[in-house]
Design a binder for this molecule. Structure first.
Ligand code: FMN
Length: 388
């Protein structure tokens, strides 16, 4: 087994192990992928202030996210088709998160169902909701998440329609993969993945197949979104969903200060500043670049979580120092899962934890809650000067 010291190591193994269709699905942004690229390159522009002769003993990365104790403020983001990256992927990622002490978020578009994950874990997880046209189905889905004792509903707002990702269309992305000459040729080189997948609990969208009617192709993410997702979702509907849920609500996909204010108005417990990992509106600015103005608008009124582009503990530290109280990782844990299953997710979390802890110490801090702008060197004009 190679020695794994960073997230990129996991990504290299992941790329070798998992069918191209699913690697491409994760490793894509929409259209030109400008936002996808800048999500990571903008983190690199922020530099860190080294401080010395500060007692580093007794450091801790622990904190709270929506009132829940966390070993570090890094939740696993909702990722559709996780169970295609590795057999029983959602179950494995949820278990790794539980053992590590960080929240796991189950996507509506998961392979393992809400019930599968609840059965395999002991602590509550978060459930991410995509709203669909079939209101009755949404009501039942929310009830299923309540029955599973999920501790938060994460409502994703930036995907009522799908941003075009060229590779998914060219690859004919589906779960399970359709057997064309191209996919068969690729699958033959991924035998370890295939053997494990034969024993998987599920190979279809576990939360929806058998629960929703009237889809032309039940295996296609594109068909689900274009035929079922609710185009009419607005703030009024969000308020109703919040009421229906009755527990903690996290609104995900906020990238604008005005929307952040609206989220506060409808009573969100937390927002996720996110551009969906660069997979939706290509051309939008990176999350880290938008964070300062969102903090200025709503900081102190709502808990702010950031995702999109985090590939290291240093990126986590930069997000926290700019004001977020928590973060989410998508691809960083998917690389680990695809590479080595549950152990790979644990490794990804360990890598990020070590980077966060060491960087915190070298910045002269002992607690994540003490991080602030004083730890950063932010380029002039980082947020950009744009015409009114
Ligand atoms: C392969 C993949 C699938 C995703 N599926 C979902 C989803 O089903 N629901 C959702 O709210 N976000 C989804 N996202 C977005 C993530 O929750 C998160 O916002 C994003 O991955 C953060 O960027 P990062 O991958 O750079 O960490 C997905 C992201 C990826 C990479």
């Amino acid at each position: 087994m190679p020695v794994i010291t960073n997230i990129q190591d996991l990504k290299r193994i992941y790329e070798r192990r998992v069918p191209r269709m699913f690697f491409d699905y994760a490793e894509s942004g929409s259209w030109t992928e400008q936002t996808f690229r800048e999500n990571t390159s903008d983190f690199e522009k922020i530099r860190l202030r080294q401080r010395v002769a500060v007692d580093m003993s007794g450091r801790t990365t622990s904190g709270k996210m929506i009132g829940e104790d966390v070993a570090m403020p890094v939740a696993l983001a909702p990722v559709g088709l996780t169970g295609m990256q590795h057999a029983d992927g959602e179950i494995k990622a949820a278990k790794a998160a539980e053992d590590f002490g960080v929240p796991f978020t189950l996507s509506t578009m998961s392979i393992n169902s809400i019930e599968d994950v609840a059965e395999a874990t002991t602590k509550p997880f978060w459930f991410q909701l995509y709203t669909m046209n079939d209101e009755d189905y949404v009501r039942r889905l929310i009830q299923r998440a309540k029955d599973a004792k999920c501790s938060a509903l994460v409502i994703t707002l930036d995907l009522q329609i799908l941003g075009q990702r060229h590779k998914d269309l060219k690859n004919g992305l589906s779960a399970p993969p359709k057997l064309t000459p191209k996919t068969i040729a690729n699958l033959m080189t991924k035998w370890a993945w295939g053997i494990e997948m034969l024993g998987a609990k599920r190979r279809e969208f576990g939360n929806i197949v058998g629960h929703v009617e009237g889809i032309s192709d039940a295996s296609s993410l594109g068909a689900w979104t274009s035929e079922q997702f609710d185009l009419s979702l607005d703030w009024g509907k969000i308020a109703k969903l919040k009421e229906m849920w009755g527990g903690k609500v996290i609104l995900k996909g906020i990238l604008d200060a005005e929307d952040a204010k609206m989220a506060v108005k409808v009573g969100a417990d937390a927002i996720v500043v996110s551009n969906h990992g660069g997979r939706q509106l290509d051309g939008a600015l990176s999350s880290i670049r938008m964070l300062p103005q969102i903090m200025d608008a709503v900081g102190g009124e709502v808990e702010v979580i950031l995702d999109s582009g985090i590939r290291s503990g240093q990126d986590v530290l930069k997000s926290l120092a700019l004001g977020a109280s928590g973060t989410m990782i998508g691809r960083a844990f998917v690389y680990g899962l695809g590479a080595m299953g549950q152990k790979g997710v644990t490794t990804a979390l360990e890598v990020i934890h070590k980077e966060l802890d060491t960087t915190m110490a070298l910045c002269g801090e002992r607690k994540v809650s003490d991080l602030g702008r004083h730890n950063l060197l932010i380029p002039q004009n980082f947020e950009g000067e744009w015409q009114d």
